[in-house]
Write a protein that binds this ligand. Structure first.
Ligand SMILES: Cc1cc2nc3c(=O)[nH]c(=O)nc-3n(C[C@H](O)[C@H](O)[C@H](O)COP(=O)(O)OP(=O)(O)OC[C@H]3O[C@@H](n4cnc5c(N)ncnc54)[C@H](O)[C@@H]3O)c2cc1C
Ligand code: FES
Ligand code: FES
Length: 1423
């Protein structure tokens, strides 16, 4: 029998060079091909699911119909390689290079300080570059759209956006205090509009240096491809791989024939639905049919009754098609198009919209689909085609539910979608609520349409459909039918809410959980629609005189705010810092905003990260087998099936470890027992990464579950499960103090954990050498010496045989201090066992599953205070969830307790902390090391005191703040003067008091939107509380040409430590930075280093570099004296001639840190960083969404070594903190399995999430004698300032409570997610939701029969008859809402009230989530 026909040639271009592949595997992606086959490693892997944008490249295709070339950005990780036949790909390497020419995009992002670790930078560059290829002068809106799909974990986005804005047309100047003058246009020290100090500066880069954009310099579309596409040689192309065949027919007839032959084969277009399903859910399709070349599927036809759009049309193009129709057609006909356009603007990122097709979207029938609800209520029809002919089916609930009678037949395909025009007297809207504004899957999405009988408000047709509430789009058609012929009244709305809630039933197991929230959104969206329609009706009514009886009800102005969506704007702001002294020599770079040393290399993709090292000879790949049980005995590990696979080389288990297998409590590879899901059991070694990952599926681990399974802090307390002894600090006499105070308030604080989400996942390459057991390890670690030592112990070979190299780390944030050593050690065992180099690169899902993150915290406080707000006693008990092993949990507990007082002087204090042992992956170091969680407890106490005293929180803060030289709770002396200055400057720069009044004014005028304003002070202690950590060494070589090589013990994590070290060396040696180089961090060059962490990396290593340089200079002194006019090169030459050593080590024996826990005294930290941040937000009470209006930060950095880098650290940490406190939410199953394992489920802030106005000032004239050149370490402190957003949200929620008089509660839940905010803004919709089915159908029928007599929502009489409760139709009638059922429920809830003393009615109510007195107090659980 003849074998299958050979594969066709796949032809495409990459960066202008032709690629012809004869045996391309259809399972491959563009990302793998670029990185592995072409060694173009500028394109990065960070998630593999299209959600982060790190792998963005530009694809250009030629459309033979329109004869136009289309340039579009894509995420290479989702692009099937075979889809590129005939396309041209441009990667970051093709855009520009430091070896040839840097592109303006690359230059500007680097020089604007838009790169830190640089891992996201190539993706950012490519998104911006593609934008400029299509729009050389884009608008700011287009810029935001282009960058919406790119995540950055380091910079906080502001500088990236600023670099992009330099290309924009109508670039709005940063409106410093409304004076309309851009700070960047001002000369240094031209401070007329910016600052009163004469030595401050607001310019971080020189815009005038930028090269202009010259579109003529770009790569052209290869003419060969034009010819190829216009005259294809073959109609059907087939690419055969080992397991999968890709068939790309050239005609519709061929496609339909293939569909008959392969009815199970999916059509593959954008691969944004198929791809993730194949990757994460293990779906497998041996045949893939690609209809990309079939023109019929891309056709767009405008007919008299609507638009017909081809199924293969990408969503981005659909936006243009809709926009064109909207511009051309009368408004009444385009409601569906406008609604679709609105949904498209928030659906995924630009890269996904560029490839995701309309047909693929519809056919995927995702439960969360944003478009299917709109298409369903808009009466779209699907045009199907098969060999049998064409037919139409409606896109309705039956189709969406996949009913066989309403679905495609296996041999049919979707050819196009007909979307009819809307009608006059019809209204349509869509709504969605996601964890964040952009690039986030919706929790609930909805579309609604109503058609009225002309000239009336009598409902002729009504359709409502929801996404996010079921496994597919759900329609509320039964409820809608009930309203036909009825009037558009408040009564109808109320009934509709209840009926829809009944119909759109959300079982407890609804996809994604959040049932109560989703049910609330279901009715809140209905309410928004109700108002929108009412407003629309009024507009239609205007031309006709309408008798009073028929007038539509007025919508009070206060309620119109329900209708406004938050708009996305490009953030702007001013960064102010102290200029260097005018006497400082020009070539001395210290104190100047020098660009990150690798900035340009980041932007061109030439900066090498661990996995960018080319494949080494005989290299093998390792993949890890992890536990699927939280607590179980391992009965057996069967590796036989995996070992039978031809490509599998070996399996590494604990038995293969020659030395020690970690510690007794923290094993590298599990033995006998597993104690969390994600614990590493063994590792497979295979020839490629794909083979290794496939092989792990073949390893069978048999478990026997063990009890207990402890997941939460509450569980751990119950089981007395702790990792280490309690830490305690106490001063004064707390019991006595509590007896004398006016008030006591008690409360709970829950702070969720946080995933590091460094963009570069954990990765390591171990190369065994042939001699003397030597081993080279290339790793992404913050602590190479720890890696070296762990490997040494594991292999049982001396440390001196092992060299750990760190070129740079793609973000660490504490997550790469300890964990990398585990991966390094396991890979090293594999390397020794096989004798081959081993590469281990974690997928994002595995990284999130295996490595822990920030410790969740549960805090209980009791605070005693006087009527004036003076706090006399504070008792805090904190528990952190340490996970299954100790790791850093004891240290985190200590830091937490030491830092808990924040800035407050309270005479009587007791702080206690414990680390809980649970069956979760071990939590570890994370930027701030316990402070961001602990200080939230303290600041929440302050807010509770303020609420109780009826005073603003800032007054309580001021009253209790340290003001003069004093001692901390652990008796360390300090001077809080810079703290007070930061606080006052922040109040001043933020115009706090006048804005407080504006916020109040806004809140009075708006019922459904509320603003909140908060200012938070901070005292952050830097450093480790252990003396041995305060040391560093450096090695400085001067070569005979005068060039200098500096090596020190710090790892470059993006924080710019290498840049700062060169600044130090340059100042000391008086040599320009361009003559000094840093190659890498290596344990062979500088031994026994300490982790680059705790904000002191630049402090200690800077001192060591300084010391080495000073030694060298001392040696050179006689030569310089002899020839003072000589050059550096002359002196070096002379020194060499005179046999003077040109290499020096430097050492810094740092601060002596100590803490005596017995006595509760010590000096654990060298110094403090002070700061204050003020944030203003606006919340949508109906959805829980918020927008950040403005943030002002004032930070005391003393004499910054590099203000650009330091401001970058502050902004980046602030945004990361904002994520911690607002959107980043880890979700575990009851079995302890982490669900949030990628950017889809775990939302770190995106560009659209940062404050619209974002100002940062470095406090001038502050000194820090303890650190190099009087600077301060700023790596972590900004993190906590992100809580100003949290407290601003809390302030806005409190104003809701005050207005609605809904009592108070001092339970604080962070993050303040939309879910928590929405549920905290209790109203009639949240309450409806509490009692599904209430009122009864019988009551409803009664109400229906009395439709003409309006009622208050709760049956008391409405609107004018309800004199007792004068609520408007829109407001919640608090009194009446307390039905017997509700009252009964609440009284039982209040049994456990955590409040003491009387609560004045209307006191500023607190926080999230429970609202005693109005709704169920529900623990949303911290895991
Ligand atoms: C990072 C990311 C973020 C996202 N965010 C959102 C979001 O916010 N909101 C939202 O609604 N969606 C979102 N999505 C989902 C996205 O909209 C869909 O994945 C996409 O529209 C599917 O289109 P596709 O062309 O990629 O389909 P493919 O993955 O190529 O195909 C999907 C399915 O459709 C079938 N199919 C395709 N065309 C036809 C046809 N003509 N006839 C018959 N069957 C066909 C295929 O057989 C296949 O089963 C997101 C996806 C990603 C990856
Ligand atoms: S790696 Fe491709 S989008 Fe994240
Ligand atoms: S610079 Fe953006 S992720 Fe590090």
């Amino acid at each position: 029998m003849p074998g299958p026909a050979p594969s066709d040639e796949l032809v495409f271009f990459v960066n202008g060079r032709k690629v012809v592949e004869r045996n391309m595997d259809p399972e491959g992606t563009l990302l793998t091909f670029l990185r592995k086959n072409l060694c173009l490693t500028g394109t990065k892997y960070a998630c593999g699911t299209g959600g982060c944008g790190a792998c963005t490249v530009m694809v250009s295709t030629y459309d033979p119909v329109s004869r136009k070339i289309r340039h579009f950005s894509v995420t290479a990780c989702l692009v099937p390689i075979c889809s590129l036949h005939g396309a041209a790909v441009t990667t970051v390497e093709g855009v520009g290079s430091i070896k040839t020419r840097i592109h303006p995009v690359q230059e500007r992002i680097a020089k604007s300080h838009g790169t830190q670790c640089g891992f996201c930078t190539p993706g950012m560059v490519m998104s911006m570059y593609t934008l400029l290829r299509n729009h050389p002068q884009p608008s700011e809106e287009q810029l935001m759209e282009a960058l919406g799909g790119n995540l950055c974990r380091c910079t906080g986005y502001r500088p990236i956006l600023e670099s992009g804005r330099t290309f924009c047309t109508e670039s709005k100047a940063c409106q410093q205090k409304g004076e309309g003058k851009c700070c960047l246009e001002q000369e240094e020290n031209d401070l007329s509009s910016l600052s009163r100090e004469s030595d401050t500066c607001t310019k971080l880069f020189a815009k005038e240096e930028f090269q202009p954009l010259d579109p003529t310099q770009e790569l052209i579309f290869p003419p060969e491809l034009l010819r190829m596409v216009e005259n294809p040689e073959k109609q059907t192309l087939t690419f055969r791989g080992e397991r999968v065949t890709w068939i790309s027919p050239g005609t519709l007839t061929d496609l339909l024939e293939l569909k008959v032959k392969h009815p199970e084969a999916p059509l593959i277009l954008g691969n944004t639905s198929l791809g993730p399903a194949m990757k994460s859910q293990g779906r497998f399709h041996p045949i893939l049919l690609s209809p990309a070349r079939i023109l019929e599927l891309r056709m767009v036809t405008e007919t008299s009754d609507g638009l017909t759009i081809g199924a293969a049309c990408p969503l981005a193009q659909m936006k243009h098609i809709l926009a064109k129709s909207i511009a051309e057609l009368p408004e009444e006909k385009t409601q569906t198009y406008r609604t679709l356009l609105k949904q498209l603007s928030t659906l995924a990122g630009q890269q996904i919209r560029n490839v995701a097709s309309l047909g693929g979207h519809i056919m995927s029938r995702h439960g969360y689909s944003d478009l299917n609800p709109v298409l369903a209520v808009g009466n779209a029809t699907l045009n199907l085609v098969s060999q049998e002919g064409r037919r139409q089916i409606p896109l309705n609930e039956h189709f969406l539910a996949g009913l066989a009678s309403a679905d495609l037949k296996p041999e049919e395909i979707l050819e196009s979608v007909h979307i009819p025009h809307s009608q006059k007297w019809g209204f349509m809207s869509a709504f969605r609520q996601a964890q964040s504004q952009q690039n986030a899957l919706p929790h609930v999405t909805a579309a609604m349409r109503v058609l009225f009988k002309e000239g009336t408000d009598h409902v002729e047709d009504l359709s409502v459909a929801y996404g996010g509430v079921g496994s597919t789009t759900v329609s509320a058609h039964t409820s809608c039918r009930q309203f036909l012929g009825r009037r558009w009244t408040e009564q109808v709305l109320d009934e509709a809410c209840r009926l829809v809630l009944d119909e759109v039933s959300l079982p407890g197991s609804a996809p994604g959980g959040r049932v109560e929230f989703k049910r609330t959104l279901v009715v809140s969206f209905l309410y928004k629609f109700y108002l929108e329609v009412l407003q629309g009706l009024k507009k239609l009514e205007q031309p006709f005189p309408v008798p009073d009886c028929c007038r539509y009800p007025e919508i009070p102005d206060r309620f119109l705010s329900a209708l406004e969506d938050f708009q996305v704007a490009v953030s702007q702001g001013v960064q102010t810092y102290q200029s260097v002294d005018s006497c400082q020599p020009l070539q001395d770079p210290v104190g100047r905003p020098v660009m990150h040393l690798s900035g340009l290399k980041h932007a061109t993709g030439e900066a090498m990260f661990c996995d960018d090292i080319p494949k080494v000879d005989k290299e093998l790949f390792m993949a890890l087998v992890t536990s699927s049980r939280a607590h179980a005995k391992i009965i057996s590990i069967d590796v036989s099936e995996a070992l039978e696979l031809p490509e599998v080389v070996d399996v590494v288990t604990a038995k293969d470890i020659p030395g020690t297998n970690g510690t007794e409590d923290d094993k590298l590879l599990a033995v006998n027992e597993v104690i969390c899901v994600g614990q590493i059991i063994c590792a497979v070694i295979a020839e490629t990464d794909v083979q290794a990952k496939r092989a792990i599926e073949k390893i069978k681990v048999t478990y026997e579950d063990l009890m207990p399974v402890i997941l939460t802090i509450e569980d751990a307390i119950r089981h007395n499960s702790f990792l280490c002894p309690e830490k305690k600090l106490e001063q004064g006499n707390i019991e006595e103090a509590f007896e004398k105070v006016d008030h006591i308030v008690q409360g709970d604080v829950h702070v969720g954990g946080q995933e590091h989400f460094y963009m570069e996942t954990q990765r390591v390459l171990v190369i065994p050498k042939t001699e003397d057991q030597e081993l080279d390890i290339y790793a992404s670690t913050q602590d190479p010496a720890h890696m070296q030592k762990t490997v040494s112990l594991t292999l049982n070979i001396p440390i001196n045989r092992i060299t750990c190299h760190v070129k740079r780390v793609g973000g660490g944030f504490g997550g790469k201090v300890r964990r990398p050593a585990v991966f390094g050690a396991i890979a090293a065992v594999g390397a020794i066992k096989t004798g081959h180099p081993i590469r281990l690169v974690l997928d994002r899902e595995d990284d999130m599953l295996i490595t822990g993150g920030r410790h969740p915290l549960f805090g209980k406080y009791k605070v005693g205070f006087m009527n004036n707000g003076r706090i006399k006693a504070l008792d805090v008990e904190c528990y952190i969830n340490g996970g299954c092993t100790l790791d850093d949990s004891e240290l985190v507990t200590e830091f937490l307790i030491l830092k808990l007082e924040n800035v407050y002087k309270i005479r009587n204090l007791r702080f206690q902390g414990r680390a809980c042992m649970t069956n979760l992956p071990s939590n570890t170091a994370f930027r701030g090391f316990g402070f961001p969680q602990g200080a939230l407890v303290t600041e929440s106490c302050i807010t509770a005191v303020a609420a109780k005293c009826g005073l603003p929180p800032e007054k309580i803060r001021e009253k209790n703040m340290y003001k003069t030289i004093d001692k901390t709770i652990y008796k360390q002396a300090f001077n809080p003067e810079p703290l007070i200055r930061c606080w006052n400057e922040c109040l001043d720069k933020a115009s706090f008091h006048s804005r407080r009044m504006q916020v109040e004014e806004f809140n009075k005028k708006n019922y459904w939107k509320k603003r909140g304003l908060a200012i938070v002070p901070m005292k952050f202690s830097v450093g480790f509380a252990a003396t041995s950590y305060h040391q560093a060494a450096a090695l400085v070589h001067v070569y005979t040409d005068g060039s200098v090589l500096v090596t020190h013990g710090g790892s470059e994590l993006g924080q710019g430590i290498h840049t700062k070290m060169l600044q130090v060396a340059s100042r000391e040696l008086k040599v320009p930075m361009s003559s000094i180089h840093i190659n890498e961090t290596s344990t062979a060059m500088v031994p026994n280093t300490v982790a680059t962490a705790a904000s002191v990396g630049a402090d200690v290593n800077g001192r060591a570099v300084q010391n080495a340089c000073q030694s060298l200079l001392k040696r050179l002194e006689p030569i310089i004296k002899k020839n003072p006019e000589g050059t550096w090169e002359d002196w070096i030459e002379a020194a060499f001639e005179q046999r003077i050593g040109l290499s020096a080590t430097g050492y810094f024996r740092g601060y002596k840190a100590f803490m005596d826990w017995e006595k509760g005294e010590g000096e654990p930290f060298p110094y403090y960083v002070y700061g204050a941040a003020c944030s203003e937000v606006e919340i949508d009470c109906l959805t829980g969404a918020h927008k950040k209006i403005r943030t002002d930060i004032v930070m005391d950095t003393s004499c910054s070594l590099n203000p650009a880098i330091d401001i970058g650290q502050i902004e980046g940490a602030f945004v990361q903190g904002m994520g911690l406190y607002t959107t980043e939410e880890l979700k575990y199953s009851p079995e302890g399995i982490l669900h949030s394992r990628g950017p889809d489920e775990y939302k770190i802030p995106a560009a659209a999430d940062i404050p619209e106005e974002f100002n940062v000032s470095l406090l001038p004239s502050s000194q820090n004698p303890l650190s190099i050149y009087s600077s301060k370490g700023l790596g972590e402190s900004g993190m906590f300032l992100g809580s100003s957003v949290f407290f601003a949200i809390a302030d806005a929620v409190a104003s809701v409570h005050r207005e609605r008089d809904t009592g108070e509660d001092f339970t604080v839940h962070s993050p303040a997610t939309p879910e928590r905010v929405r549920m905290a803004c209790a109203d009639r919709f949240t309450e409806m939701n509490l009692f599904p089915g209430w009122p009864s159908q019988h009551q409803l029928q009664q109400e229906q029969s009395q439709e003409t007599s309006p009622k208050c929502h709760f049956g008391v009489g409405f609107p004018s008859s309800c004199t007792e409760h004068p609520c408007t139709p829109w407001e919640r009638c608090t009194e009446s809402s307390q039905t017997p059922q509700l009252k009964a429920s609440l009284s039982s809830e209040q049994g456990g009230a955590a409040l003491e003393g009387d609560v004045p009615a209307g006191a500023a109510a607190q926080m999230f989530v429970g609202l005693k007195g109005s709704r169920k107090h529900k623990d949303h659980g911290i895991r």
